[in-house]
Design a protein around this ligand. Structure first.
Ligand code: FMN
Length: 336
C-alpha cells in the first residue's frame, strides 16, 4: 500500500502542514502594506520556513484588478507561500480560494484576526471570532473548494469577556483545516498590551493539527521560549522582522542548536535596505517604491547613532536617487 504523506516522519525542527514540509517551523506573519514580494523574498533567503501574502480581500481577488495582481505576485524562491484571504461569505471565500490555488498558492490562510475598523465593521477579519457557526461554514466551504491545505489565523477572542479561540480552533480541525495560528491578543486589544502565550498552549492542548504561536516574539530566545512554554509546533514572527530579515537566521540557528549569529553592523543593514529598495523598484517601479521604502528604511536603522536625522532626510527624499544617496552617505560615514 502506498504510504500517505502523514505516515512519513518529519525531522525536527520542522512541521508538516498537509503535504508541505515547513523547515524550520518558522513563519513570516502576513502584514498588510509590508509583506509584499520583496519582503517575503528576503525573509525566505534568511531562513524563514513559510511566508504569507498580505491579506487579500476575497472580492478583490475574484475581481482581479491590478492591485490584487500585485498582492498575489510571487517568485518560486518564496515557496512555500500562503495566500491569506479576508471576507465573511463562505461561497465567496471558497471561490477566492479556488482562484488563489489556481494562481499557485501552496496554502490558503483565512483571516480571523484583523482588528481594523474598515474590516471589522463588515463582519470580516476579527469580527468573525464572534460568530463561531459562520466560522465553521467558512472553514468547510473553503476546505472543500481546494486541494491545497487550508489554515486559519485567529485572535484569542473578540475581547476579554469572550475568549473563544479554543472553540474556534476545534471547529477548524473538525472542518478539515490543516493548521492554525493563534495571535495571543483579543481583537479589542489591537496591538497593545502583551500577547497571552497561555492561550496558545490551551489551543495546542485542544487540537491535534499543528499550532503556530504568534505575538511578541522579538528574538531567537523568545522563539525558543514560545515553543517550550506553549508546546506549539511553530512560531510566526511579524514586527520583529521589520528591517530585520536576520531574525530568521538567528531563530533558525537557535532551533538547530547552533550559535546564534550576532546582529549585523550598521553598514550591512544599510546595504540590505538598499537591496530591499532595489527589489521594490524592480517590483513596483520607482514611483510606487519610494513611499514604501521611506517607511521601511527607518526600520533598518532603528537604534543607531544619528538615525533620527537620517530618517528625516529619508522622509524628505523626493526621488529614488535621492533616497539612495542619503542611505549611501550614511553607510560611508558608518564605515569611517
Ligand atoms: C502593519 C501590520 C499589518 C498587519 N497585517 C496583517 C494581515 O494582513 N493579516 C493578518 O492576519 N495579520 C496582520 N497583522 C498582524 C500580524 O500578522 C501579527 O499577528 C501581529 O503583528 C503579532 O505578531 P508580532 O508580535 O510578531 O508582530 C499585521 C500587523 C501589522 C503590524
Amino acid at each position: 500500500m502506498p504510504r500517505k504523506w502523514r505516515d512519513y516522519p518529519v525531522e525536527p525542527p520542522a512541521v508538516r502542514i498537509g503535504p508541505l514540509h515547513i523547515h524550520p517551523p518558522l513563519a513570516l506573519a502576513p502584514m498588510a502594506g509590508i509583506t509584499s514580494h520583496p519582503f517575503r523574498l528576503l525573509a525566505r533567503r534568511h531562513g524563514c520556513g513559510l511566508v504569507f501574502s498580505e491579506m487579500i480581500h476575497a472580492r478583490a481577488l475574484l475581481h482581479g484588478g491590478s492591485y490584487s495582481r500585485q498582492l498575489t505576485f510571487f517568485e518560486e524562491a518564496e515557496r512555500p507561500i500562503g495566500f491569506q484571504l479576508v471576507g465573511s461569505d463562505p461561497e465567496l471565500l471558497a471561490a477566492a480560494a479556488r482562484q488563489a490555488e489556481a494562481l499557485g498558492a501552496d496554502l490558503i490562510d483565512l483571516n480571523l484576526g484583523c482588528p481594523s475598523s474598515r474590516i471589522v465593521r463588515n463582519g470580516e477579519g476579527g469580527a468573525l471570532m464572534r460568530r463561531p457557526q459562520l466560522c465553521s461554514d467558512i472553514f468547510k466551504a473553503v476546505a472543500e473548494a481546494v486541494s491545497c491545505p487550508v489554515t486559519v489565523k485567529m485572535r484569542k477572542g473578540w475581547d476579554n469577556q469572550s475568549v473563544n479561540v479554543v472553540e474556534i480552533a476545534r471547529r477548524a480541525e473538525e472542518a478539515g483545516l490543516a493548521a492554525v495560528t493563534v495571535h495571543g491578543r483579543t481583537v479589542a486589544q489591537g496591538y497593545g498590551g502583551k500577547a497571552d502565550w497561555e492561550i496558545i498552549a490551551a489551543v495546542k492542548e485542544a487540537v491535534s493539527i499543528p499550532v503556530f504561536g504568534n505575538g511578541d516574539v522579538a528574538s531567537a530566545d523568545d522563539a525558543a521560549a514560545m515553543l517550550e512554554q506553549c508546546r506549539c509546533d511553530g512560531v510566526m514572527i511579524g514586527r520583529a522582522a521589520l528591517g530585520n530579515p536576520w531574525i530568521f537566521e538567528q531563530v533558525r540557528a537557535r532551533l538547530e542548536g547552533r550559535p546564534v549569529p550576532a546582529p549585523p553592523a550598521l553598514p550591512e543593514r544599510i546595504k540590505m535596505a538598499l537591496y530591499h529598495f532595489h527589489l521594490l523598484c524592480r517590483f513596483k517601479g520607482e514611483e510606487a517604491a519610494l513611499p514604501e521604502m521611506r517607511r521601511q528604511a527607518g526600520w533598518y536603522l532603528k537604534g543607531f547613532p544619528g538615525a533620527a536625522q537620517v530618517r528625516r532626510s529619508i522622509a524628505g527624499a523626493a526621488t529614488a536617487e535621492e533616497l539612495r544617496r542619503v542611505l549611501q552617505k550614511y553607510m560611508m560615514e558608518a564605515k569611517d
